[in-house]
Write a protein that binds this ligand. Structure first.
Ligand SMILES: O=C(O)CC1=CCC(=O)O1
Length: 102
């Protein structure tokens, strides 16, 4: 299933800079691991905000929840999830159209 996810991050003003830096580094490693295995398909910054729009390609609600809850920044995020369905007018990617592709 495909999900559009918006994450808004709000770190407490009282958080020491070194803790914030360490959390962000862990978040980056976690996000890049999931991008490499294909489950975090898109990651875009919202212009002018400490927020992102992401697209996840996972088995379903339970897997998405597990991935999101595992984000190092999860305790400091507001997360909105929109499940997406195929659009009938979408031109499929070349590889989707390849003969023999399930
Ligand atoms: O900076 C953000 O939007 C939060 C975040 C998600 C993945 C990552 O590396 O940072």
């Amino acid at each position: 299933m495909i999900y559009l996810v918006r994450m808004d991050v709000a770190l407490p003003a009282t958080m020491p800079e070194s803790d914030a830096t360490e959390l962000k580094a862990r978040e980056k490693r976690y996000a890049q691991e999931l991008q490499r295995d294909g489950r975090w398909a898109e990651l875009w910054r919202v212009v002018g905000e400490y927020a992102n729009y992401s697209v996840f390609d996972v088995a379903g609600n339970d897997e998405l929840h597990e991935l999101l809850a595992g984000l190092p920044l999860f305790p400091y995020m507001r997360i909105q999830v929109t499940p997406l369905a195929a659009h009938p007018s979408r031109i499929a990617a070349e590889e989707d159209l390849a003969p023999g592709n399930p």
